[in-house]
Design a protein around this ligand. Structure first.
Ligand SMILES: [Fe+2]
Length: 124
């Protein structure tokens, strides 16, 4: 799975399958959404995982990540052995979501998107 970003309209696209095709939006080629590389920012955005039964909770950051118009976590996405699940976050709420996993569904990767710093990616 790959995530793409249009720098013109700020749209984010999900490439579900491995492919060499070039994606376009607003008349330009899309760029891969860049994973946050700065160590300090990685730590600030590190996903905290808690699983109880089939409830899989992801919180972004040790302390509350801002959820303001100018700096927020826009979505959290989990890639599992059965596909993926996506949840959008809301301004003013905690940067936390809970996914319900199916029987035998295992989470492989966690993605989250900070509108200021970029993509957060955690492989489990
Ligand atoms: Fe952030």
């Amino acid at each position: 799975m790959k995530l793409y970003h249009c720098t013109s309209c700020n749209q984010v696209f999900i490439g579900m399958f491995e492919s060499e095709s070039i994606m376009n939006c607003c008349g330009q080629n899309l760029e891969d959404l860049q994973v946050i590389s700065n160590e300090e920012e990685q730590e600030m955005h590190k996903p905290q995982i808690r699983q109880v039964g089939n409830f899989f909770t992801v919180t972004i950051g040790h302390q509350d990540h801002p959820m303001l118009e100018v700096h927020q976590v826009e979505f959290i996405l989990i890639k599992t052995n059965q596909g993926f699940q996506y949840k959008r976050l809301e301004i003013g709420k905690k940067p936390q979501v809970t996914f319900i996993l199916d029987y035998n569904e295992m989470v492989d990767e966690v993605f989250a998107y900070c509108n200021l710093k970029g993509l957060i990616h955690l492989k489990l």
